[in-house]
Design a protein around this ligand. Structure first.
Ligand SMILES: *Cc1c(COP(=O)(O)O)cnc(C)c1O
Length: 239
């Protein structure tokens, strides 16, 4: 019991430090880009970490948490159902799991095909709406399959989301490909976002930037950064 309390205290301090550093990085990046830090939401990605860490994050003021897999995501959301949290699903999503993910997620960042739109809509509880971002592949040449729609397919997916009463189109999301200059990748995402907003002016969210490249993302207009390891530490397996 006492030992456990000691562990918890140490973990809390560790997370508090990571959180403080990350918030400071976001503030500095906003300052450098002449942006208001209030425009950037920090989503703390808790995948592989226990629900007790989610509780510590909540105590430290975090309200937006991200997960990338079902059922891990659903289990954690259920374990923390007493907390006022927004659950962001950020991982590649199989069509047969979309319906259940829609029952607990508040935002899905990884909508990258029309079939997913239909499947998600079926799971949204009555009297609720699910926020959706279209995930864009920034691979060059454009490549489907690793998660993310080709930029040329974004408009059709966005239209399908916007046409569904259970879904709300909020914007775009991407992961910078490995080995590519993140500024170059996020600049392309910004262009995709600008084109989307011409058709759907309220879909202004840009989810981009992780522990390693959040400064580039903020510089290029990110409204949501998804940060895991810089706050919670190294994950046991690469995920
Ligand atoms: C894991 C993950 C993150 C967080 O990555 P870190 O490098 O740990 O900050 C962000 N986005 C997605 C889609 C992820 O899967």
């Amino acid at each position: 019991m006492g030992e456990h309390a000691g562990y918890e205290a140490g973990r809390r301090e560790q997370i508090a430090t990571g959180l403080e550093r990350t918030r400071a990085r976001i503030e500095r990046a906003c300052e450098a880009a002449a942006r208001d830090p209030g425009e950037v939401t920090l989503v703390v990605v808790t995948k592989t970490f226990p629900a007790s860490d989610v509780r510590l994050l909540h105590e430290l003021g975090v309200r937006d948490v991200g997960e990338n897999r079902h059922p891990e995501a659903g289990d954690k959301a259920a374990a923390c159902a007493d907390l006022d949290l927004r659950w962001h699903f950020v991982g590649q999503l199989q069509t047969n799991k979309a319906r259940v993910v829609a029952t607990y997620a508040d935002v899905v960042h990884s909508v990258d095909r029309a079939r997913l739109v239909t499947a998600l809509a079926k799971g949204v509880p009555d009297a609720r709406m699910l926020d959706c971002l279209v995930q864009v592949s920034l691979d060059l040449p454009p490549a489907a399959g690793r998660g993310g729609a080709m930029p040329s397919d974004v408009a059709a997916i966005a239209d399908a989301i916007a046409a569904d009463d259970a879904l709300r189109l909020r914007g775009v999301m991407a992961v910078a490909p490995l080995g590519v200059d993140p500024d170059e990748a996020f600049a392309r995402l910004r262009d995709v976002s600008a084109a989307l907003r011409e058709r759907w002016p309220s879909a202004g969210a840009i989810s981009a930037g992780m522990s390693g490249d959040l400064e580039a993302a903020v510089r290029l207009g990110a409204t949501h950064v998804r940060v895991g390891s810089a706050i919670l530490g190294t994950r046991p397996a690469a995920r």
